[in-house]
Ligand binder design. Sequence first.
Ligand code: HEC
Length: 121
Amino acid sequence: MIGMNTQSKRTPLACKVALAIALCAPFLCTTSALASDDAGKKKADAACAACHGPGGNKPITPDTPRLAGQQYDYLVHALNDYRKGARDNAVMGAMAKPLTGKEIGELAAYFAGQHGLTTKP
Ligand code: HEC
């Protein structure tokens, strides 16, 4: 009787451990991707949302572009051009100058990952 009890308690514990590992594994794998997304979001919320809106999805004026869902490569290219002065815009030039290449990559990844324009069915 005692033997059976320990047996029946052991099995669920083993299952719980296996389940815990199975549930945690995907998080462990994606931690690094999430970390850079997080950095992009933090920077975007702090420096870009004032004009481009939360998630780059609600620009404050008609001449401020929507960034949400824009291509990653396009965003990197545009920010580098502003930074170098190849694309001449006083506002965005000032915004892009202090950015590092790493920050530009993080911001571009963040905005590219947002849902952009949607069309009504
Ligand atoms: C003070 C308002 C303001 C802030 C803050 C701002 N932007 Fe902009 N942004 C603009 C305006 C206005 C334009 C359009 C400029 C032009 O015509 O080239 C623009 C254009 C852009 C473009 C080009 C998009 C396209 O479709 O060509 C990118 C990329 C961009 N901004 C990224 C950012 C990022 C990243 C940040 C935060 C680091 C930021 N902006 C902060 C006002 C702002």
